[in-house]
Design a protein around this ligand. Structure first.
Ligand SMILES: CC(C)(COP(=O)(O)OP(=O)(O)OC[C@H]1O[C@@H](n2cnc3c(N)ncnc32)[C@H](O)[C@@H]1OP(=O)(O)O)[C@@H](O)C(=O)NCCC(=O)NCCS
Length: 171
């Protein structure tokens, strides 16, 4: 059954759009969302990733009407657990407070993963998931690997992986 919030979006004919964001146009807005949602009590530098403007980096965003409400970034980076596989690291997953728990993050992550798998030679997508959010990734077909670890100023994390072979078999 559809989530009631999404049904509401559909009933009201509210337009939902997902885009590959050009950082020349959107990087300030992406960083502002990261700052407010992910790093609100931390210095501004935290919302700037050194790979943000790399050619191999992708930024994805979900719009409700014309407002950018959910973002994530995919950075070409191998994982220590799968050193021999080309990989992308998912970072900066954030949905604005007012729009959380409406399945928007889920739509965005699925779209972004499929785009990365289609357009790059990537077999592994991974992230350092905040421990209190790991359920969100599990629900989106990620699996945890290794020990829980601490990232300074942020908290406990788990390394989580999206198994593309499994997923591609299902679609
Ligand atoms: C995590 C986050 C991006 C999820 O975005 P969202 O748009 O609210 O997610 P969705 O509504 O698509 O959720 C999909 C599923 O994940 C689960 N989920 C969502 N947020 C969750 C959270 N904070 N903790 C645990 N599970 C969560 C939902 O329950 C939902 O499952 P359901 O199908 O049973 O309802 C959003 O809550 C957020 O921005 N949080 C703060 C920033 C953050 O911690 N980012 C992750 C850093 S690793």
């Amino acid at each position: 059954m559809l989530n009631p919030d999404l049904t509401l979006y559909q009933k009201k004919k509210i337009k939902i759009n997902i885009k590959n964001l050009d950082p020349r146009q959107f990087i300030r807005e992406i960083r502002l969302i990261r700052k407010n949602i992910l790093y609100s009590k931390l210095p501004k530098d935290f919302c700037i990733y050194e790979e943000d403007l790399f050619k191999t980096t992708y930024h994805f965003g979900l719009f409700v009407e014309n407002e950018l409400v959910s973002v994530l970034t995919m950075i070409k980076k191998k994982s220590k657990y799968y050193r021999n596989f080309p990989a992308y690291q998912l970072r900066g997953m954030a949905t604005k407070f007012h729009f959380q728990n409406k399945k928007l993050g889920q739509k965005l992550i699925l779209y972004s993963i499929l785009t990365i798998l289609k357009t790059t030679k990537t077999s592994v997508i991974w992230c350092n998931a905040r421990i209190n959010i790991s359920n969100f990734y599990t629900k989106n077909n990620f699996q945890a690997k290794g020990r829980t670890f601490y990232i300074k100023n942020i908290g406990l994390h788990k390394c989580m992986f999206f198994d593309s072979r499994l997923f591609l078999k299902e679609t």
